[in-house]
Design a protein around this ligand. Sequence first.
Ligand code: AMP
Length: 394
Amino acid sequence: MSDTVLVLNVGSSSIKFALYGDPAARPLLRGKIAGIGIGAGPVLSARDEAGNVVPADEIPAQDPAAGHDALIPSLLTWLAGYQRGTRIVAAGHRVVHGGRDLAGPQMVSDALLAELDALVPLAPLHQPHNLAAIRAVSAFMPGLPQVACFDTSFHRTQDRLAQLFALPRALTDAGIIRYGFHGLSYEYVASALPVHLGGRAEGRVLVAHLGNGASVCAMRARQSVATSMGFTALDGLMMGRRCGAIDPGVLLHLMEGHGMTAAEVAHLLYEESGLFGVSGLTNDVRVLEASTAPEAQEALALFAYRAACEMASLAAAMEGLDAIVFTAGIGENSALVRDAICARLGWLGVALNKDANAANAARISAASSRVDVLVLPTDEEGVIARATRALTSG
Ligand code: AMP
C-alpha cells in the first residue's frame, strides 16, 4: 500500500483537491468540485496523473443542496475508492489567513485551530470555509495528521514600513496592517526562479499573479519586500469581480450619500466590480478578448493600466527591477494583457518578443530587454503537498 498526501483548497463555492504520491512530482489526481451552493449544485471534475479526464461515470452524483460539510466526506470516500492500493497519510490545507505571526506552515492542533478561529473577522469570506474543511477531515479520518499553509506567510519577511497603513498606532497594534495574500503562489514562483534566471533570481523580481484574484509581489533575494494586496484581498489590482484599490472616500459616499449598508458595499466591491463591473459582461478574459464591445475593451485596458501602475509602484518599493514573472490564469494565458502591461513599462527597460509572448513561452522578453520577462505556471497545490510531507514525515 503506497502513501499519499491529500491537498485541499476550499473556497466559498468550490473545493479544489489533489492527491500526491511523490510531492515533488505531478499529482496522481487533481480536481475540483465547483458550483457549491449556486446554480444547479456541485459538479465534480478531475484529471489523472497523465492529464486525462476522469470519466464522469466514475464521479459520484452530488446532491444539489450539499454544502461543504456533506461534500468533504463524500469526496474522501470517493478518493479512497478511486486510488485502490493507496492510503491517505496526511492532509494539507490552504488557509487564507495566518495573522502576523505564522510565517510558515503549521501542524494542525486544537490550539492552532483556536488561533485561526480568532482570525475569522479578518477574512470572513474565506477563513471559515478553510477551517471547516480541516474539521470535516478530522471528523471523517480521526487522527490524520493535517497541515495548514497560509496565504499570508510569505509576506512576513517585509519591512515594517511595507506593512503599515498611515492610521493611528492603536489600530496598527490591533492588527490593522497590510498582510498580503497569494503567498503560496509566490512561494512556488520564488522556488522556480533560479532554474530560469540563474543568479538574477536573487535580484529584484516582480511577480504578477493575474487570475480571478490578482496581485503583484515585489521580491528581493526571492523574499517578499512588498505586495499590492493589503488588509484584505480587495486591495491593489483590478480583478475579475473585485475593484482593487479605491479611494476610501467612495465607500463613505456610497454609505452616506446612497444609503448603502456595509453588506451591500461589500457585495459591490467583491462581486460586482472589476472586469465584470466595468465590462458589464463577464469577468472571463477569454470572452472579453473576443468581444468587440467598447466596454469589454475598456475593461481590459483598465485592467492592464492598473496592473502596470501597481507594478511600477512596487519597483520603487524594491528600488529597481531585474525581472517580471507572469503567472495564474490570465498571466499564463493572455498575451494581449501581458503585452498591454509591458508596453507601459518600457521606460523601466521592459521589451517583449512578440512571437514568444503570443506563444505563451517561458521567456517572453526580447533579447534587447534589460528586464527578463517570464511566464511560469504556478503550483499552489504542490507547495502545500511538499510542506505537508515535510512536516508530517518522520
Ligand atoms: P485563475 O483564477 O488563476 O484560475 O484564473 C482564471 C481566469 O484566467 C479566468 O477568469 C480567465 O479570465 C483567465 N483565463 C484562463 N484561460 C485563459 C486564456 N486562454 N486566455 C485568456 N484568459 C484566460
